[in-house]
Design a binder for this molecule. Structure first.
Ligand SMILES: [Zn+2]
Length: 181
């Protein structure tokens, strides 16, 4: 594909922070976009801990709540911070580890074919204008570069792991997001 925004699955406008937590997509298909939220510690913003978690460098003694995260190998393709900063951890051509046990339209293992975007926040925090702007711009570029990602194939983590995951939560304005695409 030829797209000036992308090189080998890396989005040029993002700050690149390569994670070791990825492997190959079994069918090289990219056809689903999954929106998440994350904060570390829960409800606290602006700390380096999310990035450290995805890089496998988090000191699990830095906060009592991190004990559960010991040995956890997770990642996402992107993180959008509260100020709109965009960080990319894994090439979109590779499989990041964000969805866990999941299914979309009867197909399990969504990491195989999904791109994962984490918004720094909680289910009820709401998200900043800068985050929506960055998310919309990134989503449009993803849809250009990976044409199998269409509006009907943009979901929340809660949609593909119901009963297990609740993000991005009630504070995420789907209508605002999708109408801008
Ligand atoms: Zn999630």
């Amino acid at each position: 594909m030829v797209d000036k925004d992308w090189f080998d699955g890396w989005y040029r406008p993002a700050r690149k922070s390569p994670s070791p937590h990825f492997n190959a997509r079994p069918q090289s298909e990219v056809s689903l976009l999954v929106i998440h939220n994350i904060s570390l510690p829960a409800g606290c913003f602006g700390w380096p801990y999310i990035e450290q978690l995805f890089l496998g460098t988090l000191d699990c003694q830095a906060d009592a709540s991190f004990a559960d995260l010991h040995g956890l190998e997770v990642s996402a393709h992107f993180l959008i911070r509260r100020d709109g900063e965009l960080v990319q951890f894994v090439s979109c051509d590779e499989r990041a580890w964000h969805a866990g046990v999941s299914s979309f339209e009867g197909r399990t293992g969504c990491n195989d074919f999904a791109v994962g975007i984490e918004l720094e926040g909680t289910d009820t925090s709401g998200f900043s204008d800068a985050q929506y702007q960055q998310l919309q711009q990134l989503s449009r570029s993803l849809m250009n570069c990976y044409p199998k990602i269409v509006k009907a194939r943009i979901v929340g983590h809660s949609d593909i792991a119901p009963g297990r995951k609740t993000d991005p939560g009630s504070g995420f304005d789907w209508q605002r997001y999708l109408t801008a695409l």
